[in-house]
Design a protein around this ligand. Sequence first.
Ligand SMILES: *[C@@H]1O[C@H](CO)[C@@H](O)[C@H](O)[C@H]1NC(C)=O
Ligand SMILES: *[C@@H]1O[C@H](CO)[C@@H](O)[C@H](O)[C@H]1NC(C)=O
Length: 189
Amino acid sequence: MKNFLLACVFLALASSFASAFDPSPLQDFCVAIDDPLHGVGSNVTAVNVQQIPGLNTLGISAARIDFAPYGQNPPHTHPRATEILVVLEGTLLVGFVTSNPNNTLISKVLNKGDVFVFPIGLIHFQFNIGKTNAIAIAALSSQNPGVITIANAVFGSDPAIDPGFLARAFQLDKYVVKGLQAKFWIDGN
Ligand SMILES: *[C@@H]1O[C@H](CO)[C@@H](O)[C@H](O)[C@H]1NC(C)=O
Ligand SMILES: *[C@@H]1O[C@H](CO)[C@@H](O)[C@H](O)[C@H]1NC(C)=O
């Protein structure tokens, strides 16, 4: 009986460790494939559990990002994954911002073959500062990393967030906010 109880305690601990390791939800929304980001100059091709069902439960995925000259992948976060980026072609200025209160920008210029890590949940971006196309491959520590593109989420939400509220939050004129909210925010990454 004592051994049985010990075994139960051990199993309970083991299962709590297992669930503590990855408490994240597995579903959010379907990330687009080959969806061109008109205006920002990059295309993100996701390779996650939506494209490869065999990734289910494995906690890993990938993406390819193609940049036009001076194209960018705008500020976004992955709520469920850390990302490691490898530059295959071109020169990218990349960076992420640490959480409050410091909001430190950690950034670097990457050339072909260079690698950079964006920690889970932090706002990050990539910018092709070269005159030629750039290509990068990202590996992400979730089968379903999710994407929150900051401008889209804040100014392109449906329904819109109250413009007066956003004007005060972002220290902008209400008409600037309304102008931003009237734009078409493409969810490309
Ligand atoms: C992104 O995709 C569009 C549509 O397929 C294509 O016209 C454009 O050249 C692509 N851009 C890059 C940088 O690959
Ligand atoms: C934030 O900045 C303070 C003061 O420079 C430093 O002591 C602290 O370690 C920083 N925190 C993080 C999370 O970087």
